[in-house]
Write a protein that binds this ligand. Structure first.
Ligand code: FAD
Length: 370
């Protein structure tokens, strides 16, 4: 996703670029991506304001909203159907104890002009078969098929001059007369700039700033449901608990449910464990929609990464001139990929991007990194 977003932005801006991938396009963590495009963050605006100060937190949320709008614009204008659909999100309280916190979040979003609405218990009950103490409805979110989206962006980028080499590993990056020489097993690439869009393998990006916490997360996709009429406007659902359950529908009436994050980096080796987690996700889904009893059609567990402050690492490494990161660590990875593609494109064009300072790779003191 990050490589395709950068390739798209650069080629559309007339900047010659080559994209290499050690595997196939969209085969990394992008393959596990459940396709929710939400500008609201795992870290609420109120929490972020406490951490960064209100002005920076609002700037970051606005940058995410802007990236979501860009994604929508791209998705709606690609030559292929990427199953993009604009949706609202319902962010509900997991327990009544979260009500005050969520209400404060709503007020903060509303005060700063985000398109958010407060739903109380009776309104939730009137639109869904479940009841919760309160919820925020945000507009301007969307769903997409990430695999199709990446392929369609890559195809468009190639039509605008990007060259893509699959099954080509970056082995090293060395200084050269042009700037850098990227060594692969097939040959070398001479370039002025290098962008690391290498996902949840932080070692590959090098440098000293990228220190994520790697976890793993679970997803199920059901068989199609006969009727989704109980599901108001197919809102995308998520909750205040951490880790949180998130659920959406698909274009062909399936349900995607994810969550149950574990603080473990190791890949999952046990089928029983995966089955156990899948059944828990199905039970969570059933608790919200008791009339649904779908079969699980697909299930997976995948690595996920976050930074200590919940923000992605996007932009130039201060220690390594013209080497950039597009590492969208965090729940809103796709939004971050697009934000990163913009920041890096602007840096290459010499254009000031106000969001760049917020996500710069050296923003955290090394001691504060996880
Ligand atoms: C279960 C799950 C659900 C998710 N759901 C959502 C969601 O609903 N919405 C959302 O916004 N985000 C979601 N995310 C996050 C999202 O998946 C990621 O943010 C995003 O896919 C990361 O894309 P990427 O391109 O940065 O990384 P990747 O897709 O991992 O791509 C990195 C690429 O780098 C290549 N590479 C690595 N090293 C080298 C090398 N040395 N040489 C050449 N190539 C190399 C790899 O082959 C790979 O293709 C989810 C993540 C998980 C795990």
């Amino acid at each position: 996703m990050s490589g395709a977003a950068c390739g798209y932005m650069l080629s559309r801006s007339g900047i010659p670029a080559v994209l290499i991938d050690q595997g196939r396009i969209a085969s990394g963590s992008t393959l596990a991506n459940t396709g929710l495009l939400q500008y609201s963050n795992d870290l609420t605006l109120t929490d972020m304001a406490e951490q960064l100060g209100e002005a920076d937190a609002v700037s970051f949320y606005r940058a995410c909203k802007h990236a979501a709008e860009r994604l929508a614009d791209i998705a709606e204008n690609l030559n292929r159907d990427v199953q993009f659909k604009r949706r609202c999100s319902l962010y509900y309280t997991t327990t009544p104890d979260d009500l005050d916190m969520l209400r404060r979040e709503y007020e903060m979003l509303h005060t700063h002009g985000f398109d958010a609405e407060w739903w109380d218990e009776s309104k939730i009950k009137a639109h869904f078969p479940f009841s919760r103490a309160g919820a925020i409805v945000t507009r301007g979110d969307a769903e997409v098929n990430p695999f199709r989206f990446v392929h369609a962006m890559a195809e468009d980028a190639c039509q605008h001059g990007l060259r893509i080499y699959e099954n080509t590993s970056m082995l090293s990056v060395e200084p050269s007369a042009t700037g850098y020489r990227v060594v692969t097993q097939q040959g070398q690439i001479e370039t002025e700039h290098v962008i690391y869009a290498t996902g949840y393998v932080p070692e590959t990006a090098g440098g000293r700033w990228i220190r994520p916490k790697l976890t793993r997360s679970y997803v199920i996709v059901t068989d199609p449901i006969d009727s989704l009429s109980e599901w108001h406007e197919r809102f995308m659902l998520w909750e205040t608990a951490r880790p949180y359950l998130y659920i959406r529908t698909t274009h062909d009436n399936r349900i995607v449910a994810g969550g149950l994050d574990e603080d473990l980096r190791e890949p999952l080796l046990s089928e029983d464990h995966l089955h156990n987690r899948s059944m828990r996700l199905l039970a969570d889904l059933h608790a919200l929609f008791p009339s649904f009893s779908p079969q699980i059609r697909y299930q997976w567990c995948a690595t996920f990464g976050e930074s200590a402050d919940g923000l992605p690492w996007l932009g130039e490494d201060p220690d390594r001139r013209n080497q950039h990161y597009c590492l969208g660590y965090g729940g809103n990875g796709t939004i971050y990929s697009m934000l990163g593609a913009h920041i890096i494109r602007d840096r290459l064009l010499g254009v000031d991007n106000p969001a760049a300072a917020l996500v710069r790779p050296d923003r955290l003191k090394l001691g504060a990194l996880s």
